[in-house]
Write a protein that binds this ligand. Structure first.
Ligand SMILES: Nc1ncnc2c1ncn2[C@@H]1O[C@H](COP(=O)(O)OP(=O)(O)OP(=O)(O)O)[C@@H](O)[C@H]1O
Ligand SMILES: O=C(O)[C@@H](O)C(=O)CO
Length: 424
């Protein structure tokens, strides 16, 4: 293994696995394995990149740090010489959040300072300029992310947001350095390290900027950010001799399918509306769930009752209703109950023959994927930027899509199901 990734949630893990698996050079691509928990055994020798999917984005810092350090240890034992700590391209965290503590702990373990922190993912509209994060051209705190159920993002200026979480000062590499080229960026990172800055937010408004950044940190033991910076890092590993002849993994899994949506993000709500217009749909209402009036067994019965039609089971609601039920029942309690509901429902439907499963939402995907007790998956075709088809091989292969809340166009669910059955 050359490159190890520690991802703070499962959708983020499949996002970065997708970026790396799809990057090629001279007809070669890195062989990527995505693990659904910290593996208990060594990685397969053929694996160039190990992506460890964890679920610590919304956990207290201490727990998140412990999980990240265990993953670091395992990845180092597999030979990974570079580690990417992957968090959300919308920097999902709170002022007491764990991006800072995890970044600092990994940096301390690897004895580095002046570590790049760049969430930019231009293909999905996330850019960083003068330290400010934009989503589709809007400042982060005016993009809808200010209403996020678990990590409301109320400040777009990342150095200030991150500094609330860190012990050490946070640096900034602005775009004037990026346009000056990789050597200028490397020098600025060296200067930041000399000044005691452990994490350094870096501007990037397009993939060209990310390529410059990646070149500047091609040999760095630690890089942190969104998935997009990984393309340049993967290219550097391929140039250094990594990878095998590239080719896309076929899927062709045509069995029964279910869509599970636990995300309240804007894009997911549009996708739910479009899919439920012509598919059977079951809304999981917070009050019904809390009152025990809807259970995973009810969801299974609903799925079975649809015969050949693909149903969607969703809890996605608009921000005003979300706030109301969170006040009524408590946000954390609801999150835990919803996670458990979707996890148990997924387990039941898969045990009853479902072979294609599309899941929307990072927390929801983490709960679902963990409950399915899959060890590792291979990366199949791309459904939308940031979302590949994942294939769990086994006696009866399972095709999975783990979609970040805000990724994908309105027709995402139908597209995902089609691609699983008939890869392009
Ligand atoms: N009907 C609902 N009532 C209250 N809370 C809900 C409801 N539906 C979902 N939620 C909350 O919204 C959270 C959605 O988180 P999730 O990470 O799955 O989606 P997301 O944040 O949109 O995705 P991502 O993390 O990929 O951006 C759930 O964990 C749950 O806490
Ligand atoms: O970076 C992103 O936006 C996604 O990969 C993500 O982290 C999903 O939760």
């Amino acid at each position: 293994m050359r490159l190890g990734v520690i991802a703070d949630d499962f959708t983020g893990a499949s996002d970065i696995a997708n970026v790396i698996a799809r990057t090629s050079g001279d007809g070669r691509a890195l062989r990527v394995a995505q693990y659904f928990a910290l593996p208990q055994q060594p990685a397969d020798d053929a694996v160039d990149v190990g992506v460890v999917s964890l679920k610590f984005r919304s956990l207290p810092a201490q727990e998140a740090v412990a999980q990240a350090l265990s993953a670091l240890k395992w990845l180092q034992a597999q030979g990974a010489s570079q580690i990417i700590y992957k968090y959300c391209s919308t920097f999902d965290s709170t002022p007491a959040g764990n991006i800072g503590p995890v970044g600092e702990a990994l940096a301390a373990a690897l004895q580095v300072k002046g570590v790049v922190a760049c969430p930019a993912f231009p293909q999905t509209g996330r850019t960083v300029y003068q330290g400010h994060l934009f989503v589709q051209g809007k400042l982060l705190h005016e993009s809808g992310l200010e209403n996020h159920p678990l990590n409301p993002m109320t400040d777009a200026y990342l150095p200030r947001w991150l500094a609330q979480q860190t012990q050490s000062p946070v640096g900034l590499i602005d775009r004037s350095k990026i346009v000056a080229g990789a050597a200028a960026v490397a020098a600025a990172l060296g200067q930041a390290a000399a000044e005691g800055q452990v994490l350094v937010i870096a501007d990037a408004i397009d993939d060209g900027d990310l390529e410059v950044l990646a070149q500047a940190v091609a040999d760095a033991p630690l890089v942190t950010g969104g998935s997009a910076i990984a393309a340049g890092l993967a290219r550097a590993h391929i140039r250094a001799g990594g990878g095998k002849p590239s080719g896309t993994l076929g899927v062709g899994i045509q069995g029964p399918a279910v869509v599970l949506a636990g995300s309240c993000s804007r894009a997911t709500r549009e996708q739910v509306a479009q899919f439920s217009a012509d598919h059977p749909a079951l809304l999981v209402e917070a009050a019904a769930l809390m009152g025990g009036r809807i259970t995973p067994e009810d969801a299974l019965a609903f799925v079975k009752a649809q015969g050949d039609r693909t149903p969607i089971i969703y809890s996605s609601v608009a921000p005003d209703l979300l706030k109301q039920v969170q006040t009524q029942f408590g946000g954390a309690v609801l999150a835990e109950r919803l996670d458990r509901f979707f996890a148990d429902t997924a387990r039941l439907v898969v045990a009853n023959g479902v072979r294609r499963l599309v899941v929307a939402g990072g927390e929801t995907s983490g709960a679902v994927a963990s409950s399915l007790v899959l060890t590792d998956v291979e990366i199949g075709p791309e459904i939308a930027p940031g979302v590949p088809v994942l294939v769990a091989q086994g006696e009866t292969p399972l095709a999975l899509a783990l979609k970040s809340g805000n990724f994908g166009t309105a027709d995402f669910f139908a597209r995902a199901l089609d691609l699983m059955a008939h890869p392009e």
